[in-house]
Design a protein around this ligand. Structure first.
Ligand code: SAH
Ligand code: SF4
Length: 353
């Protein structure tokens, strides 16, 4: 799964590292040692792995191999403990990741790309365009970096940071494989969020089964509107993917994977938060037995959208519940620290399109 041509060791399994050692004329246990230092000790540089003979460390480096960790460019901790990291990849790309703690959980909100090509009008990441997709090791690194910064083991991973995961599907699935194997975070505690890209949901069902053996992570689909016209206004790329076609793909995904799909709905004040729109949304989701995650909008400067009123959020929630849907409202976390997707990076540097 991880391309052996990749210079990064992060992402490789113990067996792959043992084979690498063997191929380079070392005993297999050297690969086990590398594995332990990379995943358990979280080393950043091969020169730190002092249990290895220094000549071999130098040989690995001379062969162009490296651990593949990103470095920390910025860290901010909100009063509720939410920790946002800006990580710098080997080529200087800035990757945003967030650790969200509760008593029981530590959820890592990972990015799958630097920037995003989808251009949703309300989203800070979308405003800067796509810089590039992340490699698998750059996704896994985010989980290790949050563990290191917060000195606590992450329990959950959500692909809700920068980027559209289904436009980087191979890398996302490879990273999920590594995260479950090496970080002991089972697929049931992993969520992949998509805004909907034509053709990718059926492909995800197929490829996940091939790559992971079974599909147990949760697919969350960002709807944000009960009708096509408003959806297109918020998400310009939705023009090529009618809401009926998107929901048909979701139904097929449920049938082929046996997993429920959940829906995200970012509530924008006065735009998509009326009781009439809640009722229209419930009509759309009829028969899905689904879970809807309401996300009160965290305003982005220059986007022209407002946070919804608390009363509107409660009304919207009640209206969906009365129609039999399971609803949660995402608690505002770390609002004092440029909380939303793409905002930390944007605050730190001009968007790099
Ligand atoms: N590209 C994927 C995953 C990353 S965005 C997607 O769009 O689903 C994850 C979620 O964060 C999406 O539901 C998106 O609508 C939401 N989001 C983005 N910017 C936001 C903001 N400023 N306030 C609240 N939610 C936001
Ligand atoms: Fe991309 Fe998701 Fe932001 Fe839309 S909401 S621009 S799909 S990251």
């Amino acid at each position: 799964m991880v391309s052996q041509a990749s210079p990064a060791l992060l992402g490789r399994s113990q067996d792959e590292l043992e084979c690498l050692a063997e191929d380079l004329g070392q005993p297999r246990y050297r690969g086990r040692q590398l594995h332990q230092w990379i995943y358990t000790r979280g080393c950043h540089d091969l020169q730190e792995v002092t249990v290895l003979p220094s000549a071999w460390r130098q040989q690995l480096a001379a062969d162009g191999l490296r651990v593949g960790r990103s470095s920390r460019a910025a860290c901010s901790v909100a009063s509720d403990g939410t920790t946002k990291l800006l990580l710098e990849a080997a080529d200087g790309a800035l990757i945003e990741t967030v650790g969200i703690p509760t008593d029981q959980r530590l959820t890592v909100c990972v990015s799958s790309q630097v920037g995003c090509a989808m251009g949703c009008r309300f989203c800070a990441t979308g405003m800067g365009g796509l810089q590039r997709s992340l490699d698998p090791h750059e996704i896994v690194d985010q989980v290790l970096s949050v563990r290191e910064a917060m000195e606590r083991r992450p329990s959950h991973v959500v692909f809700m940071g920068m980027g559209e995961p289904l436009l980087n599907m191979e890398a996302v699935l490879s990273a999920i494989g590594t995260i479950q194997r090496e970080c002991s975070i089972g697929q049931r505690r992993i969520t992949v969020s998509t805004v909907g890209v034509p053709g990718t949901i059926p492909r995800l069902a197929e490829l996940a089964l091939q790559r992971l053996g079974r599909v147990q992570f949760t697919l969350a689909v960002s709807l944000h509107a009960p009708d096509q016209a408003l959806r297109e206004h918020l998400i310009p790329t939705a023009e090529g993917y009618p809401i009926d076609a998107l929901l048909a793909d979701c139904r097929a995904y449920v049938a082929s994977t046996g997993r429920r799909v959940s829906f995200e709905y970012t509530l924008l004040g006065g735009v998509n938060d009326s009781p009439r729109q809640a009722s229209a949304l419930a009509d759309r989701l009829h028969g899905f037995q689904s879970h809807v995650n309401l996300i009160p909008y965290n305003p982005v400067a220059g986007a022209g959208f407002d946070r919804p009123a608390d009363a509107a959020v409660s009304r919207f929630r009640r209206a969906l519940e009365q129609r039999g849907l399971a609803v949660s409202v995402r608690a505002s976390r770390g609002l004092d620290e440029h909380a939303a997707c793409g905002q930390l990076r944007r605050h730190q540097s001009p968007p790099q399109a």
